[in-house]
Write a protein that binds this ligand. Structure first.
Ligand code: ATP
Length: 308
């Protein structure tokens, strides 16, 4: 029995390590929701990114083909611009981002980045060009540093800290007992939704990809932190002329975008700048008024709280 316990212990630790790396793989796969049906074409060339223009041409897509979510959708996200996609819950906003990442292929039509059909380029080059902050970022069971550095393994310590600062998370991390070495995830410290979002944003800043997608990326933050973070994101996007797409419910977070695309039932209901859409008096202006009424209600509550 004694003789056996050594190799078993040894195997045990190999098993634990293996399990850990499998867990990491699992997180990674969840993170990217990799769909094995989507594969490189033979001899797929890398994506050649020039200006960063994104086009959907007559795209029809459903997770099950009998239930299309996007119907003959045509839209352009101009290079270097900040564009918002808004619309009622379930209209397919996040689906657009998933298709751009090529988690799924379209059933009809095509998606072009700088004129190249994304099905013709290598998946690796496509995904490298895109940075996404999803609604809920899974964390690796590892240190905070590892979780940010995953965006760019070669980054220097200064770059890492700069990214965390810009994402408004550096001070929070510094106050933790082990700082950047603090373990997070299931086997470490559980951090709040807002902290997770800020970690995801620092990961994105460190990765610094040409195309940036934000899917309700600041929804778990308080208004003050959200505004500060959005203005940092804005300055990065403007400074570097990154094409960026914001999926949002709360229109206050996107009203200053260069263009707003309003989806309804799988197609574009209307698009334009905030002012144009308000003047138009359509769906966007209805959503805006409804949210402003709510927001005004919130402000009254806050005022009352302060007065009390
Ligand atoms: P929300 O604003 O609520 O996040 P959304 O506009 O981003 O919604 P999507 O997440 O794109 O909507 O989903 C569009 C539709 O597709 C929904 O009806 C949803 O239930 C369905 N859907 C999303 N993901 C899947 C999936 N993996 N399999 C099957 N159906 C899905």
């Amino acid at each position: 029995v004694f003789q056996l316990s050594v190799p078993l212990n040894f195997l045990g630790s190999v098993y634990r390590e293996l399990r850990q790396s499998l867990l990491d793989m699992e997180t990674l796969f969840n993170l990217q929701k990799v769909n094995v049906a989507v594969k490189d074409k033979p001899n797929a060339e890398p994506l050649l990114l020039t200006a960063g223009e994104i086009k959907f041409e007559n795209v029809t897509f459903g997770y099950r083909s009998e239930r299309p979510i996007l119907k003959n959708l045509t839209l352009t996200i101009p290079a270097g611009k900040k564009v918002a996609i808004v619309g009622p819950s379930g209209c397919g906003k996040s689906t657009i981002l998933r298709l751009l990442f090529r988690f799924y292929d379209v059933q009809e039509g095509r998606i072009l980045i700088d004129g190249q059909d994304i099905r013709d380029v290598s998946l690796e080059s496509l995904r490298k060009a895109i940075g996404v902050v999803p609604q809920d970022t899974p964390l690796f069971n590892n240190t905070i540093e590892h979780n940010i550095r995953y965006g760019n393994l070669e980054a220097s310590q200064e770059q890492l800290i700069d990214a965390a600062r810009r994402a408004h998370i550096h001070d929070t991390i510094r106050q933790l007992p082990d700082g950047y070495g603090t373990m997070v995830g299931e086997r470490g410290m559980m951090i709040s939704g807002g902290e997770k979002q800020r970690l995801a944003i620092s990961r994105l800043i460190l990765k610094d990809p040409p195309l940036l997608f934000f899917d309700e990326a600041t929804s778990a933050l308080d208004t003050h932190t959200e505004q500060a973070l959005l203005s940092n994101i804005n300055s990065i996007v403007k400074e570097k002329k990154r094409t960026s797409v914001f999926v949002a419910h709360r229109l206050r977070t996107i009203y200053d975008c260069d263009a707003i695309i309003v989806l309804k039932e799988g197609g574009v209901a209307e698009s334009g700048t905030h002012e144009q859409l308000i003047d138009r008096g359509g769906l966007y202006s209805e959503l805006w008024s409804a949210q402003e009424t709510l927001f005004a209600g919130d402000r009254e509550d806050i005022k009352e709280d302060i007065e009390k």
